[in-house]
Design a protein around this ligand. Structure first.
Ligand SMILES: Cc1ncc(C[n+]2csc(CCOP(=O)(O)OP(=O)(O)O)c2C)c(N)n1
Length: 223
């Protein structure tokens, strides 16, 4: 959750539900002011989509016509609360019209559909057309935390998605049938990723244990 890589334009994730949209407005305003063609993209869940911060940011981005994209990853649950209990509309994207911006629903399991929709939103933002709200309908395979018994879900819900809607399986099937990749290419990507993870785990295990004085490292910043 707490990662950032400014060299890649990844400004940081944070633990505040609905925390991304205001930050995205700031990044979008900077891009618009500097005229550097950048587009700010922020992500919230269905729970985060109900936060006041999200609504205020949608309004601000629309009023200032900022180059922003607000992505709602609607996986149907905020912790253990179903979206059916928390959200008055079927599609969060419908709210976009209240802020006078395009609101698009896309199958978040479909790599190609998300790519297309995101590309159009980026193009619009770069051309001065303002923000877009994209709602990706997705599912989650795991609970909210390790050990979550997920008693709030139907017993076959996850298995059904795994069998029929897995986004990587769908991507592989589509990409292979279109002749974009071969089985060997995918196997070698899988191997590379496994090696990368294995190396990172080994590096972490071999690293010296932190000392007591390391406790406050990267916790406080002094200007
Ligand atoms: C402002 C705030 N309120 C409550 C929490 C506790 N909390 C952490 S995750 C979460 C649920 C988030 O659900 P959703 O936005 O749907 O995202 P998902 O976890 O499904 O990706 C909550 C309530 C928090 N981190 N921040």
């Amino acid at each position: 959750m707490h990662i950032a890589d400014l060299s890649k334009g990844m400004m940081g994730a944070n633990g505040i539900v609905g925390g991304a949209p205001p930050l995205v407005c700031g990044a979008g305003l900077a891009a618009k002011t500097l005229g550097n063609g950048r587009v700010a993209v922020g992500f919230v869940g269905d729970g985060g989509s109900n936060q006041g911060t999200t609504h205020e940011s949608l309004n601000l981005a629309a009023v200032w016509q900022l180059p922003c994209i607000f992505v709602v990853e609607n996986n149907g649950y905020a912790e253990a609360t179903s979206v059916k209990y928390s959200t008055a509309c079927d599609d969060v994207a419908d709210r976009a019209s209240g802020f006078n911006m395009p609101g698009i629903v896309v199958d978040g399991h479909d790599f190609f559909a998300v790519y297309e929709v995101a590309g159009e939103a980026i193009e619009r933002a770069r051309a001065g057309g303002g923000p877009t709200l994209i709602e990706c309908k997705v599912n989650r395979y795991y609970g909210h935390f390790e050990g979550d018994a997920q008693t709030y879900r139907a017993p076959d819900e996850v298995e059904n998605v795994r069998q029929n809607r897995d986004c990587i399986d769908n991507f592989v099937a589509r990409a292979m049938s279109a002749g974009l990749v071969q089985e060997d290419d995918l196997a070698s990507i899988d191997r590379d990723i496994s090696d990368l993870i294995e190396d990172a785990v080994n590096l972490a295990k071999a690293a010296p244990k932190p000392e007591a004085e390391d406790l406050l490292t990267d916790v406080y910043v002094s200007y």
